[in-house]
Write a protein of this length. Structure first.
Length: 91
């Protein structure tokens, strides 16, 4: 009986926390990249230019051998924005 009293609040807390988390807080993994990008797009937290910048950054990192494992998608997005701004200022 005591276990039931603990399980329901714990389960409710887990559901609440998962509903509040952003897909941008998830760590990059090549294995889940496609699903993660779909979740990011569906979250409506980014506009299409930000999604495109992040996707291009990931592709560029793959071509140059840069390891993104362990970085969050937010960190990747921030790096993509810095790179985009540097390219704009170089013109």
């Amino acid at each position: 009986m005591k276990l039931k009293r603990l399980v329901l609040p714990a389960l409710s807390l887990l559901i609440f926390l998962s509903a509040c988390s952003s897909p941008l807080d998830k760590k990059y993994s090549e294995a889940t990249l496609k699903e993660d990008m779909v979740a990011i797009r569906e979250s409506n937290k980014l506009d299409t230019t930000e999604i495109a910048a992040m996707a291009l950054y990931v592709v560029g990192a793959k071509f140059t051998g840069k390891n993104l494992e362990g970085k969050t998608y937010k960190e990747i997005l921030d790096s993509a924005k810095v790179m985009r701004d540097n390219l704009k200022n170089a013109k």
